[in-house]
Design a protein around this ligand. Structure first.
Ligand code: G3H
Ligand code: 13P
Ligand code: ZN
Length: 313
């Protein structure tokens, strides 16, 4: 299947009411595991790279990093039967966004959510104009990613305002919107019980002309993998993610792209610790990576089933 525009993948998901995983990668092994999972699940897939991943792969040079990543992802896409897109995650620096556009990413995120609303709108509009001229789609973000307590004043200050979302989408003409509804990045999402503001999500979908919506900070943080990592020497305490039923509810209410990084990191961590501890005399990195790779693949396949993208390619 050819390398596929992100918009084509997400518009179909939106019409058919499921979500596609955007899985973060930092190296070849993660990319391989995600692509194999997609092929086995017959699922469309979005590969995501942060600015940090681009720096890591390009040894500090964003042009080099984005160029290598595009070549790798295109080469993988051409060898499988499922649609594969490539997305710049949390683009904050103009240089990285331009590098991704020049290299051939199929979508970019402009994350100006830390700025006041009008500035976020201006920055996002600027990127939309450039990216659309190159037929690349754009994701923007509104609100701040932060776990929430049951406190109305706090919610209003960090979560997306559905009225602002309406204006933001109309004026920027962006393709996908990430509304903050109470998720946060990393392995420690909630101090107490998980809370997401679904009422707000519903209003955002209604107010934004039904464009695909994106859920960041969506890792489930599987407790069995956290326990496995800890059993082999990790010290991850109090980690908590998004429960499966909340992800399903978010998809029902119009989420079509779900960002996953932490779950892959935890899987990798558990896998590498266990493998190194069990294969003490092994020095061949392929034999060390193979079981870890299988574990990452398994995590990705589980997410694809929950998101409803399995069988949709
Ligand atoms: O949302 C951020 C992703 O998890 C990427 O994180 O900047 O550490 O690569 P990173
Ligand atoms: P997690 O940290 O929950 O995996 O979120 C990843 C993310 O939002 C990447 O943009
Ligand atoms: Zn994110």
């Amino acid at each position: 299947m050819p390398y596929t525009p992100t918009k084509e993948i997400l518009d179909k998901a939106n019409r058919e009411r499921y979500a596609v995983g955007a899985f973060n990668i930092n190296n070849l092994e993660f990319l391989q595991a995600i692509i194999e999972a997609a092929e086995e699940e017959k699922s469309p897939v979005i590969i995501a790279t942060s600015e940090g991943a681009i720096r890591y792969i390009g040894a500090g040079d964003p042009h080099r990093g984005t160029g290598i990543i595009v070549s790798m992802v295109k080469a993988f896409a051409e060898t499988v039967s499922v649609p594969v897109a490539l997305h710049l995650d949390h683009g904050k620096n103009f240089e990285y966004i331009m590098s991704a556009l020049r290299a051939g990413y199929t979508s970019v995120m402009i994350d100006a959510s830390h700025l006041p609303f009008e500035e976020n709108l201006r920055e996002t509009r600027k990127i939309v104009e450039i990216a659309h001229a190159l037929e690349v789609s754009v994701e923007g973000e509104l609100g701040k990613l932060k776990g929430i307590e049951d406190n109305v004043a706090e919610r209003e200050s960090v979560l997306v305002d559905p009225e602002e979302a309406k204006v933001f989408v109309e004026k920027t003409e962006l393709d996908f919107l990430a509304p903050a509804i109470g998720t946060s990045h990393g392995a420690f999402k909630f101090k107490g019980e998980p809370v997401l503001d679904f009422e707000r999500l519903k209003k955002v979908k209604e107010n934004t002309g039904g464009i695909p919506l994106v859920l960041h900070g969506a890792s489930m943080v599987p407790q069995d993998l956290v326990a496995l990592a800890n059993e082999y020497g990790a010290e991850i305490k109090g980690a908590k993610g998004i429960p499966e039923e909340m992800l399903r509810e978010a998809i029902k209410l119009g989420i079509n792209k779900i960002n996953i990084d932490t779950d892959l990191r935890i899987t990798f961590n558990a896998g590498i610790r266990k493998t190194l501890s069990e294969k003490k005399s092994e020095i061949d990195p392929r034999k060390i990576f193979k079981p870890v790779f299988e574990m990452v693949k398994d995590t990705v396949k589980k997410r694809m089933k929950i998101f409803g993208s399995s069988g949709k390619a």
